[in-house]
Design a protein around this ligand. Structure first.
Ligand code: SF4
Length: 244
């Protein structure tokens, strides 16, 4: 398959401006840095997880996706970069950025979901919930406990404990989600022809706020002929999408 020409910086398809990239970096900087055993277990699904509703590297906000695209263009050899950009599986069993040696090849640009994974352990979640009850709506605290309880990992070590309190507040108060949505809102994903194709099939004029690497790639990088002929079928199977 021959990919359509990729637009240059500043074109309609939404390459990040330096200002937007700086805002994203500042937001990511609020997540405590961690070290982990690089087992790769959180980056691939077991049979049971695949049979359920788990997904790797999801959700990815539109601004994060475009940041990853920049990373691929700048950091990968051309062929490997093209393979990654042509990857359209919406829910892969293994993250396409996970190397054979279980290393994250997108580490510098990995999305929020990968940065927050394992930051809080059971004790930290329970302590935070106890502190915040009465101070925040019960549904917010319950949601925080539910989400973070599914993301603990005994192999993750926090390197910046001083950042944990603000990180917890960001999670409970939806600061990360709100900011990533804001940073994504004016970003075009692809040219008008692709946008029109997407709108026809999805019935929605707006680009998705959150999707997966493969889902965004399908709209932005798959050959136009494929988009014209196959996107209806692809869309029918897609379910990891947030149209906002
Ligand atoms: S982007 Fe990196 S950390 Fe995130 S799931 Fe993929 S390999 Fe793992």
């Amino acid at each position: 398959m021959t990919p359509d020409p990729l637009p240059a910086t500043g074109a309609v398809s939404g390459v990040l401006t330096p200002a937007l990239r700086a805002e994203l970096a500042a937001l990511y900087g609020q997540v405590p840095a961690t070290a982990c055993a690089s087992s790769g277990e959180c980056c691939a699904l077991t049979d049971a997880e695949y049979a359920g509703t788990f997904a790797t590297m999801f959700p990815v906000y539109r601004v994060e996706y475009l940041n990853l695209v920049d990373h691929v263009r700048q950091s990968f050899p051309a062929l490997e970069g093209e393979r990654l950009l042509q990857f359209t599986e919406e829910r892969p069993r293994r993250c396409p950025f996970l190397s054979a040696a279980n290393r994250c090849t997108a580490y510098a640009a990995r999305p929020l979901i990968c940065r927050t994974y394992g930051v809080l352990d059971r004790a930290a979640i329970d302590a935070a919930a106890q502190n915040l009850r009465g101070d925040r709506p019960a549904a917010w605290v319950d949601g925080f406990v539910r989400r973070e309880s599914g993301m603990t990992c005994p192999r993750v070590r926090v390197l910046e404990p001083a950042k944990v309190a603000r990180h917890v507040a960001n999670l409970v108060d939806f600061v990360y989600e709100r900011e990533l949505t804001r940073l994504s809102q004016d970003l075009e994903l692809a040219d008008p022809e692709r946008h029109a194709l997407f709108a026809r099939v999805s019935g929605d004029q707006a680009w998705p706020v959150r999707w997966t690497w493969g889902g965004f790639n399908a709209v932005r990088h798959a050959p136009l002929e494929w988009l014209r002929d196959q996107f209806d079928a692809y869309w029918e199977q897609a379910w990891l999408i947030d149209l906002g």
